[in-house]
Design a protein around this ligand. Structure first.
Ligand code: C2O
Length: 342
């Protein structure tokens, strides 16, 4: 059977020492769950983060929206830290699956990784847009699959900006250091141009090897009542993990990006995931938009989120496969890893 959302009244302390195990949202028993009415707003076009520094108007909107989100009352479901806690709830065991008393809801390590994070960003982006009354607002993508985007995006480095987060590995996020898509807490001794090449080859290989078998790209099945299997993640999730580790602090709890419980407290989280989401979209297009898994346990897996109307809504995987239905798309930019790599 498909994965179903948890009973929200049962949130319990998470496995999240960096947050004193606390990340449950305020619970309101009178709140009802509705079906999500998919939006009919203009198609939003997400753009690369490294180009946003030259688009002052968009950048100003982004900063203003995040500033307003941070200023909302702490208990508001749109509050910046409430939004971040969602990630902790669904990654650090704050809920058990319904009809079990020890199987956590876990949105990593399986075929629900990409769809869950797609919806998470979708609602986050729409809430930010709502806060500045702009229904074309988009979050940028960290275009790490291209040379120009392989350093930490400058828009998150400005100490005076609401997009700034002090809890990062300063050796990586400043000074134009090249991101290593295989990073696992040891520095790659290769030269910048070699690391760039290694990254492009790694992405190319990932797409090539998983082209005909979606499990390899997306992750293995997980069904209702099944515990996570940490070996079951897809190759895109593996690539994505390295960036988390590379941005977060090297010691302690690896805050913020390097730990599930705190990752979304850094705004760059959404920018990183925006590119992960884009990689999935490209994968899908390269496969002629054929459905990744003809399996109702995947298509009918269901999640809960607060939408930009403060409604608690449920959404299922089968409805998010084409971003157009969610009314966004990505600006087309060169894919230097697709053909011959120079
Ligand atoms: Cu839910 Cu980048 O992880």
């Amino acid at each position: 059977a498909p994965i179903m959302p948890p009973d929200l009244s049962t949130c319990h302390p998470a496995t999240a020492p960096a947050l004193d195990n606390k990340c449950c949202p305020p619970y309101d028993p009178s709140e009802t769950i509705s079906e999500y009415g998919f939006p009919a707003t203009p198609l939003r076009v997400r753009r690369p983060a490294h180009l946003m520094k030259d688009d002052q108007e968009h950048l100003d909107k982004y900063k203003e929206a995040v500033r307003r989100m941070k200023n909302l009352p702490a208990e508001h479901p749109w509050n910046y830290y409430q939004q971040a806690n969602i990630h902790c709830q669904y990654c650090n065991d704050a809920y058990f699956q319904q009809n079990t008393n020890d199987v956590p809801v876990q949105v990593h390590f399986s075929w629900i990784f990409l769809p869950w994070h797609r919806y998470y960003l979708h609602f986050y982006e729409r809430i930010l847009g709502k806060l500045i009354e702009d229904d074309t607002f988009t979050i940028p993508f960290w275009n790490w699959d291209t040379k120009e985007g392989m350093t930490f995006p400058a828009i998150f480095q400005d100490v005076s900006s609401p997009l700034y987060d002090p809890k990062r590995d300063q050796r990586h996020v400043t000074g134009g250091k090249i991101l290593d898509l295989k990073y696992a807490y040891t520095e790659n001794p290769a030269s910048d141009s070699e690391i760039i090449r290694e990254n492009l080859c790694f992405i190319q290989k990932t797409f090539k090897h998983s082209q005909s078998l979606a499990e390899l790209f997306m992750g293995d099945p997980v069904r209702a009542g099944e515990k996570e299997n940490q070996e079951a993640n897809g190759q895109l999730e593996v690539i994505h993990n390295a960036t988390h580790a590379w941005v977060g602090e090297p010691d302690g709890y690896k805050e913020n990006m390097g730990d599930f419980s705190t990752a979304a407290r850094d705004s760059v989280f959404y920018c990183h995931h925006c590119n992960v989401d884009r990689m999935w979209d490209i994968y899908r297009n390269l496969r002629g938009n054929q459905v990744e898994f003809e399996d109702n346990d995947w298509l009918d897996s269901t999640f809960l989120f607060h939408d930009e109307n403060e409604q608690l809504v449920k959404v299922k995987i089968g409805d998010c496969l084409n971003p157009t239905k969610l009314r966004y798309t990505f600006e087309q930019v060169p894919l230097p890893w697709l053909g011959k790599i120079n």
